[in-house]
Design a protein around this ligand. Structure first.
Ligand SMILES: Cc1cc2nc3c(=O)[nH]c(=O)nc-3n(C[C@H](O)[C@H](O)[C@H](O)COP(=O)(O)OP(=O)(O)OC[C@H]3O[C@@H](n4cnc5c(N)ncnc54)[C@H](O)[C@@H]3O)c2cc1C
Length: 306
């Protein structure tokens, strides 16, 4: 059997693509991936997804899952381990199982990079965050740390400075690698202090973050900084390794598109964080999922497959 469309990924982009594709009569097959539900499974309250003033990330993803499943979308567990877009219909492999399809929506997301500290995982959603725009609101009038020295760390520090009590940027080197304009914004902002040559070596707190241990990399001394929030802003890794050599991918691993959802391969579309270098928000990922499904439908109609 050749599928009309296979959707890869079960985050907001993948489930939305599935809902649209199903309602368009494409009978989509969705491959959920090892991290079913995607990044929002890692967080607690989500307060910026329209229609929900506050909902737990995993509950929101359960609702999206139930919506797609309730319509009748077919879903399988597992990761796509290999694709072959050089033949048509395209081939996809999940473990040893081979699937054929006339079109594909890639919605494999991007994984936030973390420091790898044991307490970081334990306190995630309880003061540890990977997203200032998502969680900054919860830290009004509180002290926070931002870890990193690139554009996203500068962006997060400037954003947070407008709402929190104090921002301390902790950076391992003696200069930022962010663009000059972003650096200047941070360095000229009196509300932000920078700890150069410093590293967060532990995050403190029982049920929520109460501080961080920061090591001075020049002297080796460790000091405890009382904060209620630790924002990790050391970048994202798009989940695109499996597509390398099959479609155009930029140097950071994001899928290159035509500006919308088309990849460099006809009939292969993408949606969500896997191609989003800027916004990385669930509602936007969902929007891209809708667009990709609509494009897939148009493509299949033009090819007279439907
Ligand atoms: C801690 C945290 C808190 C956040 N809070 C908010 C918030 O409050 N509000 C907000 O709008 N956004 C928030 N975000 C951002 C939001 O989670 C993302 O923008 C959104 O999840 C992106 O959706 P996506 O569908 O593109 O990808 P993802 O959610 O990353 O989902 C990707 C999916 O692809 C699957 N996958 C990956 N590789 C493969 C493969 N090889 N084969 C099959 N499947 C694969 C994964 O299993 C996963 O299901 C937060 C992110 C984090 C990390």
């Amino acid at each position: 059997m050749v599928e009309k469309v296979i959707i890869i990924g079960s985050g907001p982009a993948g489930y939305t693509a599935a809902i649209y594709a199903y309602r368009d009569g494409l009978d989509p097959l969705l491959i959920k991936g090892f991290e079913a539900g995607g990044q929002l499974m890692l967080t607690s309250a989500v307060e910026n997804f329209p229609g929900f003033s506050s909902i737990l990330g995993p509950d929101l993803m359960e609702k999206l899952y139930q919506h797609a499943k309730g319509l009748g979308c077919r879903m399988i567990d597992g990761n796509v381990s290999k694709v072959d877009f050089s033949v048509y219909p395209y081939k996809l492999f999940v473990d040893q199982e081979q699937y054929e399809t006339y079109s594909v929506v890639i919605a494999t997301g991007a994984s936030a990079k973390w420091l790898g500290l044991p307490n970081e995982k334990r306190l995630m959603g309880k003061g540890v965050s990977g997203c200032a725009v998502c969680d900054g609101f919860f830290f009004k009038n509180k002290d926070v740390i931002v870890v990193g020295g690139g554009d996203s760390a500068m962006e997060d520090a400037s954003y947070l400075a407008n709402m929190v009590k104090s921002v301390t940027v902790v950076h391992r080197r003696d200069s930022f690698k962010a663009s000059k304009i972003m650096q200047e914004k941070v360095l000229n902002d009196k509300r932000i202090r920078v700890l150069w040559n410093s590293e967060v070596v532990d995050i403190l707190g029982d049920t929520k973050v109460s501080g961080a241990s920061v090591k001075d990399l020049k002297t080796g001394s460790i000091s405890k900084i009382p904060v209620e929030g630790v924002f990790i802003a050391i970048g994202h890794k798009p989940n695109t390794d499996v597509f390398r050599g099959q479609i155009d991918i930029d140097k950071d691993g994001y899928i290159n598109t035509n500006g919308f959802t088309k990849t460099s391969k006809e009939g292969v579309f993408c949606a969500g964080d896997v191609q989003d270098r800027v916004y990385k928000q669930a509602v936007i990922a969902a929007g891209w999922g809708c667009m990709a499904a609509m494009e897939a439908r148009k493509f299949l109609a033009e090819k007279k497959i439907i």
